[in-house]
Ligand binder design. Structure first.
Ligand code: NI
Length: 186
């Protein structure tokens, strides 16, 4: 096991589209997942995508810790998702705070789909196909974005809700509602 170096915003690996994992059961993929898990544990985050550790592969790891402030979130133990496909379910958008290990010290309010379908393969090669909501869905959308070279500032709707963790912790303010345009058929 090894702690890997985390790429920070500005490194081109974070802007590239990652490629599909050809064999999710390959030993080198298992080794990468192990090392990413150790790196995430060391860094203290909830999710980490392979491009963040300079590996341009479509895989990420994440967990949803128990006892989150926005109650009602079921705990999800650390898991890997390989070759994920994320599909929005419905049109409801929620605002929530996000940070990123590649953008240390900062966080922002980011609009995300409230509910998505997550498909892919887990670290054992078993198929994943489930509907997820809330913080769980937010984490997965954030991590999946990394595989397409997208970081959360690119998803922001209002840059006033962007700041340093230390400062934001001193103030509590309500997040803006995001108003969706009426859906249109086209
Ligand atoms: Ni991130």
């Amino acid at each position: 096991m090894a702690i890997l170096k985390i790429a920070r915003m500005g490194h081109p690996v974070l802007l590239a589209r990652a490629v599909e994992v050809a064999d999710p059961k390959a030993p080198e993929i298992a080794r990468l997942i192990e090392n990413m898990a150790e790196t995430l544990e060391d860094a203290g985050g909830v999710g980490l995508a392979a491009p963040q550790v300079h590996e341009g592969l479509r895989l990420f790891i994440y967990k949803v810790p128990g006892g989150r402030a926005d109650a009602g979130e079921p705990e999800v133990p650390l898991r890997a998702v390989i070759n994920p496909v994320i599909t929005p379910v419905g049109t409801k958008i929620a605002m929530g705070w996000e940070g990123c290990l590649s953008i240390p010290g900062l966080r922002a309010a980011v609009p995300r789909y409230e509910t998505v379908r997550l498909a892919g393969v887990d670290g054992t090669g078993a198929a994943i196909d489930e509907e997820i909501s809330g913080f769980h869905a937010r984490v997965v959308q954030h991590e999946a974005d990394h595989l397409d070279g997208i970081m959360y500032p690119m998803r922001m709707a209002d840059f006033r809700y962007f700041g340093f963790n230390e400062e934001l912790a001193k103030f509590e303010f309500p997040l803006p509602e995001i108003r969706l345009k009426e859906p249109v058929d086209e």
